[in-house]
Design a protein around this ligand. Structure first.
Ligand code: FEO
Length: 395
């Protein structure tokens, strides 16, 4: 595919990765992704905003060759992670006069990660500008979306915000701009949940910082561009600022059916009390879907059998993931079963120190659940529904 024009002398020159299914050897990518890179040819200077993952280096080089780019003055490094910075060394080899523009912290990271020579850098402070002649780039420091060195770049005359990973989505598509808002909403929410949610307070600050800018186009580092920026800004404001909703997320594992029976009973009891439940059997669940469900949930109920005294390892993984993602949860409980003894509750509780939640009484069944266990699950459902009502969490 050819480089695509965004505005006269502004091109999208990055790569689409249709086949990638895992990021950071951790995050599922059901729809592939893209590594977006942008070329801006000003009247006196030319800038390349970010590069591409090294696996797709030749796509970027081909685009630059197709466009007849003989000179690049500035490589803007919004982010040091290698899916955007990894081809900087090759660009510097092809365009030896180019300088790398980065935050001071990003400079250090690019030296550490890619051995970019120190003399190649121009460091920029928040709101510094660089002129390309008839066009001006302004650099907006935006730390922790999602590394400490991240910045955004604003092209003043065209009102284009190059937003780095912030506001992006993992989608491989030939569409330059968002055409299917439903699909992109889902992918952007997954991306927010997995990448940005742990830094929610920084996301809030960065959203507030952008309020002073007129933005016609948002050009993120992954996924299609937004020619209606309010679509993604509104979604981010909701995910980052809104109260949690009347939702229980229930990840669980069952080995011989006891925990399964308890989960089914509790899910039905909550539904009868008008609480929405999102149930995830961790032996088959997509952890990206689990992360997305945590964006809006008020309560997490973890279901586990007891394995070697503790929780099932897959459940421990889900607890550690929820702890790392730091969602807006307000309440947590644990249900499950054991054969002869269990420290599952104590061990799971120790895995979620980041969650600032009220812990609701656990329900553990010895063997298959019986009448007293079902009564305890009814009580738990009552407590959850009542807490959600008291807080006024909307459906
Ligand atoms: Fe898309 Fe944080 O790299």
């Amino acid at each position: 595919m050819k480089a695509r024009e965004i505005r006269p002398k502004i091109h999208s020159v990055g790569a689409i990765d249709w086949d990638r299914r895992l990021f950071d050897a951790l995050i599922p990518l059901p729809d592939g992704t893209s590594y977006n890179s942008y070329l801006i040819e000003g009247s006196t200077k030319t800038a390349l905003i970010d590069t591409v993952d090294p696996s797709t280096e030749q796509v970027l080089i081909n685009h630059l060759n197709q466009l007849g780019v003989e000179n690049i003055d500035y490589v803007i490094a919004n982010h040091a992670e290698q899916d955007h910075s990894g081809t900087i060394p090759s660009i510097l080899k092809k365009y030896p006069q180019a300088q790398v523009v980065a935050t001071p912290r990003c400079k250090g990271m690019l030296i550490d990660l890619l051995m970019v020579p120190e003399e190649k850098f121009i460091t920029v402070n928040d709101k510094d500008t660089i002129s390309l002649g008839d066009r001006t780039l302004e650099f907006i420091h935006a730390p922790w979306v999602h590394w400490p060195e991240t910045m955004l770049t604003y092209l003043k005359e065209d009102k284009v915000l190059f937003s780095c990973d912030f506001l992006g989505s993992h989608i491989a598509t030939t569409d330059l701009y968002v055409t299917d808002e439903g699909q992109v909403y889902e992918a952007a929410k997954r991306y927010y949940a997995e990448i940005m949610m742990p830094f929610r307070t920084n996301v809030q600050k960065n959203l507030e910082k952008l309020e002073g800018y007129q933005i016609d186009i948002i050009a993120p580092s992954h996924g299609p561009l937004y020619d209606k920026p309010e679509f993604i800004l509104k979604a981010y404001r909701s995910w980052a600022f809104d109260e949690p909703r009347n939702i229980v997320v229930l990840p669980y594992i069952s080995m011989h059916g006891s925990t399964q029976k308890m989960v089914e009973y509790l899910v039905a009891a909550l539904a009868e009390r008008n609480v929405t439940v999102k149930q995830f059997n961790l032996s088959v669940a997509d952890v990206g879907k689990l992360a997305m469900a945590l964006v809006d949930a008020a309560t997490l109920v973890i279901g586990t059998p007891t394995v070697l005294v503790g929780p099932h390892p897959n459940v421990a993984y889900a607890a550690l993931l929820a702890n790392a993602l730091k969602p807006k949860l307000q309440f947590v409980s644990i249900i499950g079963s054991y054969g002869w003894g269990s420290k599952a509750v104590e061990q799971l509780s120790g895995m979620i120190p980041n969650l600032k939640v009220e812990v609701l009484g656990p329900v553990l069944s010895k063997g298959f659940p019986k009448e007293a266990d079902f009564k305890a699950l009814d009580n738990l459902a009552d407590t959850i529904a009542q807490r959600h009502r008291t807080h006024g969490f909307a459906q």
